[in-house]
Design a protein around this ligand. Structure first.
Ligand code: ZN
Length: 280
């Protein structure tokens, strides 16, 4: 197994990171490796822009090229996002989050978690635009009273790629302190640890998954004292192979390993794309 994180390039790629040895249980029969590309907190950033200290960064076209080239090279590529693809530029205010979904469809995202900012114009508006999504949407620790939303958002999704079953489940932070109550009122927050334990159990025993990935919008660092972070999640729930994190905009250049779980996060705004390669 190998992990790299890429600054989305204007032309040439710059490799920032790290690779480490294959865990013995991750052995597969197919010859082509499975590649998992991931982003988080892209926050309605479509255009390349100047980030202090980093120069020109991001851009949806550049991300598209990077994903397309990876897919051309590795047909077994999955593209995932850990939430907060909405809010952050005037595009969101003008077009209410619709282009974000349409562009993620064009980029070929496979599975996406919800972030708190997805609720910034209310759960009804979110429901409307999630209907446009061609990708699977996962969140295991909220109950949705809005019927359509509960049909669109599932606790988990299983992607079978070349005979390997990968289970993805989503977790979303408690929105009570960070989103206006009126906007998330059709939702009920459930304990992320209990939800994760139940979902991991289902993915392993009922679905027979070979790999379990949590798309977490809980955050890496503590924001409020009672926060459940990715690190706490990994400590308390065994059996998650990878936590692809979001919410705290952290750049994790080398996977953080807690209780055999590898925690990843790719900063924000589409500046980086993480690339996890699982080989023989
Ligand atoms: Zn967030």
């Amino acid at each position: 197994m190998k992990y790299l994180i890429f600054r989305v390039p204007s032309s040439a790629f710059r490799v920032l990171l790290f690779s480490h040895l294959l865990s013995p249980f991750l052995l597969f029969s197919q010859s082509s490796p499975i590649v998992l590309l991931h982003t988080n907190d892209t926050h309605s950033n479509f255009e390349r822009y100047t980030e202090p200290g980093l120069g020109d960064v991001g851009g949806i076209l550049q991300r598209y090229s990077f994903i397309r080239e990876t897919r051309n090279q590795y047909p077994n590529t999955i593209v995932a996002d850990a939430g907060d693809f909405s809010q952050g530029t005037p595009y969101f205010n003008l077009f209410k989050g619709v282009p974000e979904i349409e562009l993620m469809n064009m980029l070929g995202y496979d599975v996406v978690a919800l972030g708190n900012h997805e609720f910034d114009n209310g759960s009804k508006a979110l429901t409307k635009r999630l209907k446009l999504a061609n990708f699977k949407i996962v969140c295991a620790n909220y109950k949705f009273k809005n019927n359509t939303l509960s049909k669109l958002v599932k606790p988990y999704a299983v992607i079978n790629i070349s005979g390997t079953k990968i289970g993805f489940f989503g977790l979303l932070c408690d929105m009570k302190r960070i989103v206006m109550p009126n906007y998330y009122k059709e939702t009920t927050f459930l304990d992320p640890i209990i939800s994760a334990q139940k979902t991991v159990e289902l993915l392993k025993n009922r679905e027979g998954c070979d790999i379990i990935v949590c798309l977490s919008h809980l955050g890496f660092d503590v924001e409020f004292p009672d926060d459940i972070t990715d690190r706490i999640l990994a400590e308390k729930v065994s059996g998650i192979d990878f936590i692809i994190g979001g919410h705290t905009h952290k750049l994790i250049e080398e996977p953080v390993i807690v209780n055999h779980t590898k925690i990843l996060q790719a900063k924000k705004n589409g500046i980086y794309v993480g690339k996890l390669t699982i080989t023989h």
